[in-house]
Design a protein around this ligand. Structure first.
Ligand code: AMP
Length: 111
């Protein structure tokens, strides 16, 4: 999508700090990290959220999860995997993305 921030990152039109990638997904560092490790994992296919991605392309959804696991394994220790889904859940970019957060202890419930 031409007006999508994360599509522009995938195209290289907007720079990003790459962490890892596979056939279905790309992982890069969040520009405003909320933990020592804060990596975003996005599908190459544009879908607005994880629900629409898993319905439209289950292989791509699995690719996102596999890459998120790889990033979390590299960070070592406990981690949190977050898909903010919908504006009231603090989704601000409507291209599906997983936050991989690690490197500090975390509270519950999330705010
Ligand atoms: P969300 O609130 O779940 O939609 O998360 C969007 C995330 O994208 C936020 O954590 C932002 O800090 C992050 N973000 C926005 N623009 C960029 C960018 N150009 N490069 C990396 N991360 C970004």
């Amino acid at each position: 999508m031409s007006d999508c921030l994360f599509c522009k990152i995938l195209d290289g039109e907007i720079p990003s700090e790459a962490v890892a990638e596979n056939d279905h997904a790309y992982a890069f560092r969040d520009v405003a990290p909320q933990a020592p490790t804060h990596v975003l994992v996005i599908p190459r296919r544009h879908e607005p959220d994880i629900g629409s991605l898993v319905e439209a392309d289950p292989d791509a959804a699995a690719g996102v999860l596999r890459l998120a696991k790889q990033v979390a394994d590299d960070a070592e220790g406990s981690y949190r995997l977050v898909f903010n889904t919908g504006a009231d859940a603090h989704q601000m970019v409507f291209h599906c993305h997983a936050h991989v957060l690690a490197g500090r202890s975390m509270g519950w419930p999330p705010g």
